[in-house]
Write a protein that binds this ligand. Structure first.
Ligand SMILES: [Mn+2]
Length: 248
């Protein structure tokens, strides 16, 4: 079986609960479509667990991308010279990362040895931007945020990194008929609100788009889709809705 989930955002508890529900066999694969870290407390623990599991396959999210860019500077010993070498662009990136909930991730890294930190950064740098899978006669493209600047027939290698990582979905976009795009990044509740539908956290299916981020970083459940059976699996989330942050 092939499973997909996304945007775990530091919720190690929900990640473990999902693994307990799935009972992955060696022949199964769980794709995690990015944003494992930040916001919640234990993103680093999740990455360290994922690294040990050959059948858990990460796709790069914007939070991992930003971390891979910022962390090497932050983890170098801070000296007068290293501070002087940080230019305005790097400062801005570090500030943005902190605003986006990187505090717990930085604290998690601080508790590790330098070698463990390097392993995590190397693991992030090896993450792919997308995966293509064929399951049950259906073709799926798995990405973090969607596919910006889409044009029919353009090969996936032709897209920019930012096209996969930062865009907001266009639910009316026609991607052609012979494949499905599966993404996270934007919680399905927000998408339903934009559509004027009753807000709820379940996985959203629209045409050939499937939005699997159920907002577990904001009080929703962690959702997971089995691509073979289209079964939806959810973990509960005890975080109260009024503890939600305001943006994804
Ligand atoms: Mn994201």
């Amino acid at each position: 079986m092939i499973y997909v989930c996304s945007d775990i955002h530091g919720r190690y508890d929900l990640y473990l609960a999902l693994l307990a529900q799935l009972l992955l066999k060696p022949s199964d694969t769980l794709y995690i479509l990015g944003d494992v870290i930040d916001r919640g407390p234990d993103g680093i623990k999740i990455l360290q667990d994922m690294m040990k599991r050959p059948n858990v396959v990460p796709i790069l999210g914007n939070h991992e991308f930003t971390a891979a860019v910022c962390l090497p500077w932050l983890l170098d010993e801070v000296t007068e010279q290293s501070l002087a070498e940080l230019d305005a662009t790097r400062w801005a990136a570090i500030q943005e990362q902190l605003i986006n909930g990187a505090g717990p991730t930085l604290r998690g890294l601080k508790a590790l040895t330098q070698e463990q930190r390097r392993e995590i950064i190397d693991y992030i740098r090896e993450m792919e931007l997308y995966a293509e899978v064929e399951v049950g006669g259906r073709n799926y493209v798995l990405v973090h945020a969607g596919l910006e600047h889409f044009s029919l027939g353009k090969p996936l290698e032709g897209y920019e990194l930012s096209d996969f990582l930062f865009c907001r979905p266009r639910l009316g976009q026609n991607y052609g008929q012979d494949w499905f795009i599966v993404y996270g990044h934007t919680p399905s509740r927000l998408l339903r609100q934009q559509l004027g539908e009753v807000p709820s956290d379940g996985i959203l299916f629209r045409g050939n788009q499937i939005a699997v981020d159920c907002g577990c970083g904001f009080g929703g459940p962690l959702g997971c889709l089995c691509l073979d059976t289209l079964e939806e699996i959810y973990t509960t989330n005890e975080l109260k809705r009024n503890e939600r942050a305001s943006s994804p």
